[in-house]
Design a protein around this ligand. Structure first.
Ligand SMILES: Cc1cc2nc3c(=O)[nH]c(=O)nc-3n(C[C@H](O)[C@H](O)[C@H](O)COP(=O)(O)O)c2cc1C
Length: 382
């Protein structure tokens, strides 16, 4: 019950701390026969990596090493471990917070639960979003496996500050937001850059809404009644540090809608379809085969360059804290990749539970189909 693992048949366990030697993930339940390389994992990691002026300035190469579960370039069906070294930790930046828990971060909650003497204050240790690099590494495998059914997961920043993209853009635009420094669609990139630039100069931060679309999801994923697809997606997405809201389909807009406004027509064109896909691809907790449409809210980053009030742990007296160090002015920019990964991991697990992705072994033909689609997927947007 340690809470470091996720999934039933496709199970991940992440390990490592922000300023420890390395971060990593063990993925158990990858079927044998999947072609997989360090480069495949890096392809996804690079979209989460810090390194441009709109995100944290921490310089991490994020070069992954697959250290088990591979033979002759293919998975063996055995636990697959991936290691990513921490190259640029700066523990000195955290000397002040050693005695001053950051309001808005996980510090005080970890101190209370695990003890002040055991608290890894260097970047928040395990509660740091550095852990999410391991999720994206596992997510790369999940995204590859989903291609067996031609399923693709892609997200973008839909709203932040006074930017709000009302209509869901077309899927290719969403997918290609991965090339954007601020992780939104091309036509809104400049606007979002202005927002982030301004907020960074003010030493402040801003929240955001991210929309994730799953194209060509298999139908019939999700189990009644507690392992619904929607419940598992909510769990996966809300486990991302800094995520404070989840919705799918019409979501929180429901409060102002009438039943007559959200009626959807079922029709048949060789399979059952929905005219408007109002339910966001999930009904009764089971996927309908229509695109799955999810939205999450990221809070404004709590570590900002403004004085904050807290408690000095040495004397329990009020004190102030000025946070130095490298922080994301908008978590969502790098958070989109993490969110895509969590959705992909959940979908693969459910696809295995439903028998849509083999649990044990891929045939040569399946392996070749995945590899061909993966190359096409990587080349998109170049
Ligand atoms: C990709 C990513 C980057 C993040 N970067 C920062 C950061 O630079 N500074 C910060 O205070 N929080 C950052 N966060 C959020 C914290 O990790 C999070 O607020 C903290 O762990 C407490 O968890 P909670 O907000 O879910 O309660 C980031 C989150 C993600 C997903």
């Amino acid at each position: 019950m340690s809470g470091n693992s996720l999934g039933n048949l496709f199970k991940i366990t992440t390990f490592g701390e922000s300023h420890g030697k390395a971060i990593g993930v063990v993925v158990d339940g990858v079927p044998s026969g999947l072609k997989l390389s360090d480069e495949d994992i890096f392809f996804e990691l690079k979209y989460r990596r810090p390194g441009n002026k709109y995100v944290s300035t921490r310089k991490e190469e994020d070069k992954p090493q697959i250290i088990s579960g591979i033979f002759n370039g293919k998975t063996t069906g055995m636990p697959l471990a991936i290691l990513i070294e921490n190259k640029d930790p700066m523990p000195l930046h955290y000397e002040e917070i050693k005695h001053k828990p950051r309001p808005g971060h996980a510090d005080i909650a970890y101190i209370e639960k695990y003890g002040y003497e055991n608290w890894d204050y260097r970047g928040g240790g395990r509660s740091s979003a550095r852990e999410t690099v391991a999720r994206v590494a596992a997510g790369a495998i999940a995204k590859k496996l989903l291609l067996l059914n031609n399923t693709i997961v892609a997200g973008y920043i839909k709203a932040s500050g006074d930017l709000f993209i009302e209509e869901t853009p077309n899927f290719d635009e969403i997918l290609c937001s991965r090339e954007s420094e601020v992780r939104t669609i091309k036509s809104k990139e400049e606007k979002l850059k202005e927002i982030i630039e301004k907020i960074r100069k003010e030493g402040d931060s801003i929240g955001a809404m991210v929309e994730i679309i799953v194209k060509n999801p298999p139908k019939s994923l999700g189990e009644p009644v507690f392992n619904k697809l929607k419940s598992d997606l909510a769990k996966s997405l809300l486990s991302i540090p800094g995520v404070v809201g989840f919705e799918y389909g019409i979501g929180f807009k429901s409060y102002k809608l009438k039943g007559s406004e959200v009626m959807d027509e079922i029709y048949y064109d060789g399979k059952f379809r929905f005219r408007k896909n109002i339910s966001g691809g999930i009904l009764g907790g089971i996927s309908t085969g229509e695109d799955i449409i999810l939205r999450i809210a990221f809070k404004p980053t709590s570590s900002i360059n403004k004085e904050q009030k807290t408690i000095d742990m040495n004397n329990l007296k009020p004190t102030t804290l000025s946070i130095i160090g490298r922080h994301d002015p908008c978590i969502a920019i790098r958070g989109v990749s993490v969110a895509e990964s969590m959705v992909a991991l959940t979908l693969v697990d459910h696809s295995m539970l439903s028998g849509i992705i083999p649990k044990v072994k891929l045939t040569d033909q399946q392996s070749d189909i995945i590899e061909k689609r993966w190359s096409e997927f990587k080349e998109k947007c170049m």
